[in-house]
Design a protein around this ligand. Structure first.
Ligand code: GMT
Length: 379
């Protein structure tokens, strides 16, 4: 459903590498392309907002260094910035991604704005770790619960995340499922043979993992799965991203004597070209509310080996686009990868299925759901 009205929307997100920031930025850019005016509010420019986009604006939240504070109260600076931007840019709506501290800052800003006679609806999108990890922490729980209940609309990126949220918190309003999306135009299903040959020999398969290398991603399992696979078939592993577990992962790859076949590539701005030359994506996460990166892989015709945790089963369809396993079942995950890679016909079948399923999450199928939500709130 196409909305005719054009709105002034404030988007609050984390600017760094990570699914919630990616989704928020891509959403903002797409809304701007449809004629809405989009104001990003964050502590630095979102990393995917690095090209000029008409109708987009960026407002930086600055955090002054004041000697009295042992901990800088970022949430207060964000709240003040929200009040300022809403008032002076005449925003119609605030859409905040990630509950902490964005939703609570927005709720507080809304209260302050009422004293100026301004009423602004708040949409909060829950992304996962704000609920599944931080949400379980007693020191955050009452604030998250309050911010969710005081938002005018709440969305979550998977059915599983809705269930998780309702089971951990006393939520009064209905949470709407609007799944994550990808812009299929950005992904190529064509293999750049020159690039592929720089990474692997013709007969070698390419396995790939992309994450922020946090504990929850279980990057050691990635190496263990690959280790088993490379014993049976010639293959290389690309490890893209960086984070707290990287050093340990590099050490493990040396201990397993596979370091000469594993390429740690660090943080890359654009992962599409490496996905397009890959065969199997490994995501053995402990918890994953959606697994946007698995969807990005599928959009590049890459089969997925993942756990069945959280929302992953809504993205990776067992036996069709790849396989699902219990968390930590390295042996099944390596056997499943070998099953996919056993011959070209099987691999092609999984790759094509992965791409086909990814098309369901294409931007034009999801964007109108957000527009409709805004329209309903602004009626
Ligand atoms: O996965 C991360 O560590 C980053 C985190 C984030 O907040 O950006 O990702 C979460 O949001 C993504 C976008 O909605 C989801 O695709 C990820 O599954 C989710 N991560 C977890 O639930 C661990």
């Amino acid at each position: 459903m196409e909305t005719k009205s054009k709105y002034k929307i404030g988007i609050v997100c984390y600017p760094t590498y990570g699914g919630s920031g990616v989704v928020a930025t891509e959403l903002g850019i797409s809304l701007a392309e449809k004629g809405h005016e989009v104001h990003f509010i964050s502590y630095s420019q979102p990393f995917r907002l690095d090209v000029f986009c008409e109708n987009t604006f960026f407002h930086e939240v600055s955090v002054p260094d004041y000697p009295l504070f042992e901990y800088t109260p970022y949430e207060l600076n964000l709240t003040s910035k929200l009040v300022d931007v809403v008032r002076h840019e005449n925003l119609n709506l605030l859409h905040v991604h990630y509950a902490i501290p964005h939703a609570s800052a927005a709720v507080q800003a809304k209260n302050i704005l009422e004293t100026y006679g301004i009423s602004i609806p708040i949409v909060t999108t829950l992304h996962g770790t704000d609920i599944t990890l931080l949400g379980k922490d007693k020191s955050f729980k009452p604030v998250i619960e309050y911010a969710i209940n005081k938002s005018d609309a709440v969305t979550a990126v998977s059915e599983d995340l809705i269930k998780e949220t309702n089971s951990h918190f006393s939520i009064k309003n209905e949470i709407m499922m609007i799944s994550n999306f990808i812009d299929l135009n950005l992904y190529s299903q064509k293999i750049d043979e020159n690039l592929r040959l720089k990474i692997a020999k013709k007969e070698e398969k390419i396995l790939v993992h992309i994450s922020n290398f946090r504990k929850v991603k279980r990057v050691m399992d990635v190496l263990k799965i690959y280790n088993e696979v490379q014993k049976k078939i010639p293959a290389k592993l690309l490890m893209i991203g960086d984070g707290p577990e990287r050093k340990k992962a590099e050490q493990l790859s040396r201990r397993l004597n596979i370091s000469y076949k594993v390429k740690f590539m660090g943080k890359l701005k654009s992962v599409e070209e490496f996905l397009s030359i890959s065969d199997v994506f490994l995501l053995p996460s402990e918890t994953e509310s959606f697994g946007l990166v698995a969807l990005e892989a599928m959009a590049s015709e890459v089969a997925v080996i993942s756990t069945n945790s959280g929302g992953l089963k809504e993205v990776n369809i067992d036996g069709i686009t790849g396989f699902l396993s219990e968390v930590g079942d390295v042996s099944k995950m390596s056997n499943d990868a070998l099953m996919i890679l056993k011959d070209d016909d099987t691999l092609t079948k999984f790759k094509k299925n992965a791409f086909k399923h990814a098309t369901k999450f294409d931007l034009p199928n999801i964007l109108p759901k957000y527009e409709k939500l805004y329209q309903d709130l602004l009626k």
